[in-house]
Unconditional design. Structure first.
Length: 121
């Protein structure tokens, strides 16, 4: 998919420099509503994220926010969504993430814990 220059300019916001650095086609393809990268970056300004922290991304959608948090802040992310299968998100994470630690388990929504193994795409 190749999004228009107008839409690409709208996705690049100076107030969200980290989110704006992501490929705009990928951001658009993973959208299920508002721009979750903007929301994750905005929320990260209110919370002191440290490498190795455990984050639960409940309602992660297509895992864009999970990928963003893991890549940008080196946190361990447990990503769960009711509508998107974990296997679909795992493929997206493997393709998009340089370095991450995300466990996706469709059967254990009550017992989520970050994987100990680092994965790389």
């Amino acid at each position: 998919m190749n999004i228009s220059n107008t839409l690409s300019r709208r996705l690049a916001k100076p107030e969200f420099p980290r989110a704006s650095s992501y490929e705009h086609d990928w951001v658009f393809e993973t959208m299920m509503g508002p721009n979750v990268l903007w929301l994750a970056e905005w929320a990260s300004q209110a919370v002191s994220l440290r490498a190795g922290m455990r984050i639960l991304d409940l309602g992660c959608g297509m895992a864009a926010s999970s990928i963003f948090l893991a890549r940008e802040f080196d946190v361990n992310v447990a990503a769960v969504d009711l509508w998107i299968k974990p296997t679909e998100n795992w493929k997206r994470i493997e393709a998009a993430a340089k370095k991450f630690d995300v466990e996706l388990d469709e059967s254990s929504r009550k017992d989520l814990k970050p994987s100990k193994a680092k994965k790389s795409a």
